[in-house]
Design a protein around this ligand. Structure first.
Ligand SMILES: Cc1ncc(COP(=O)(O)O)c(C=O)c1O
Length: 329
């Protein structure tokens, strides 16, 4: 890990989990026989979308809320997001009774902008991409005295890691150990958390990252070992990152077993399968882990596989595409 980045540990995750468990229920890890039949594998779905705000990201905001500095409590928080980190920080700020302004790109789905406002945070729409919104958020923080909360703030990463503490503890009861856990990657916080926990609890289980081929900055960064940027044209707003992020990349570099890119059409296909075979509404990013299983070359598994359904905040367009013709329907 680079000298200026914190070294996050499994013990840090355990401490974060105590905070998160006081506020949020554990989410189910469930099998769905129809899904297994469709995919041709034993699949366990970690249903993170049932959390308040509809995504695993709320874990980060809840943990953040418990660790605010005096300055953060006094001057409030600013962050940038396409939607689920936005709702997470808004949720955490409400919990802690502090102000939050969330800068969102104009391309962020309306349903996510509305959800942030409904949680009491100020929505500031700037730029078209997450990168542009991020620059505007940093400027706003500098002007207002509020703290800019990077979407990969260590407190956020540790909050997200608690999903994987739950998952690996739940999987410990399985008759056959998990062969792999597939995790969608945007900024990489969730996957970094999965690696931290897997390394401690289940070294035999592979952690596989899944990113949209239409937003491959994280994948490129992992492959090259340096932070890289790439255009993000994916329809899955939760995966629309335009750069690799140093903190999660530092963890993923040493720990992630594999990293696959999937086409947005395969993500849509996975969302349809979750809807029709697992009674689960997933947004694109929430279906991406399953999409990783559907991609060619994913055969040769020896044991059950967990996929994390990370979010349910589907846009109107995503919901409409669920009804489109597909071989799995
Ligand atoms: C539903 C959902 N899944 C996955 C991701 C990707 O998570 P991360 O940015 O931690 O890689 C996001 C990011 O916002 C998301 O909203």
């Amino acid at each position: 890990m680079a000298a200026d980045l914190p070294d996050l540990s499994y013990d840090d995750v355990l401490r974060a989990a105590e905070v998160v468990a006081r506020e949020l229920p554990a989410t189910p890890l469930q099998s769905h026989p129809l899904l297994d039949a469709a995919v041709g594998a034993e699949v366990l779905v970690k249903h993170e979308h049932v959390l308040p705000t509809g995504s695993f990201k709320v874990r980060g905001g809840v943990h953040l809320a418990s660790t605010l500095t005096d300055a953060e409590q006094q001057h409030g928080l600013v962050t940038c997001s396409t939607g689920n980190h936005a709702q997470s920080v808004a949720y955490g700020a409400r919990l802690a009774g502090v102000r939050a302004a969330i800068v969102m790109p104009s391309t962020a789905p309306a349903v996510k902008q509305d959800a942030v406002a409904a949680l009491g945070a100020e929505v500031v729409v700037r730029g078209e991409t997450l990168g542009e919104a991020g620059a505007a958020a940093r400027e706003l923080a500098a002007r207002s005295g509020a703290t800019f909360v990077c979407p990969t703030d260590p407190r956020i990463v540790l909050g997200h890691a608690t999903a994987y503490l739950e998952l690996f503890r739940q999987a410990a009861d399985l008759p056959v150990p998990l062969a792999a856990v597939l995790v969608p990657i945007g900024s990489g916080t969730g996957a970094a958390g999965a690696c931290l926990v897997r390394d401690a609890l289940a070294p035999g289980t592979r952690v596989v990252g899944v990113q949209s081929a239409a937003a491959p900055a994280g994948w490129r960064s992992w492959r090259s070992g340096t932070i890289e940027t790439a255009p993000a044209t994916t329809r899955a707003s939760g995966l629309a990152t335009t750069t690799g992020y140093p903190l999660p990349q530092g963890i993923l570099r040493g720990s992630l077993d594999d990293f696959v890119l999937v086409d947005d059409d395969v993500i849509d296909e996975a969302a349809r399968l979750l809807a029709t075979r697992a009674h689960t509404l997933a947004e694109g990013a929430g279906a991406a882990a399953l999409a990783g299983l559907l991609s060619p070359g994913r055969s040769g598994r020896s044991g059950p596989v967990a996929v994390v359904c990370t979010g349910a905040n589907a846009s109107a367009e995503e919901i409409a595409r669920l009804g489109a013709a597909s071989p799995a329907a």
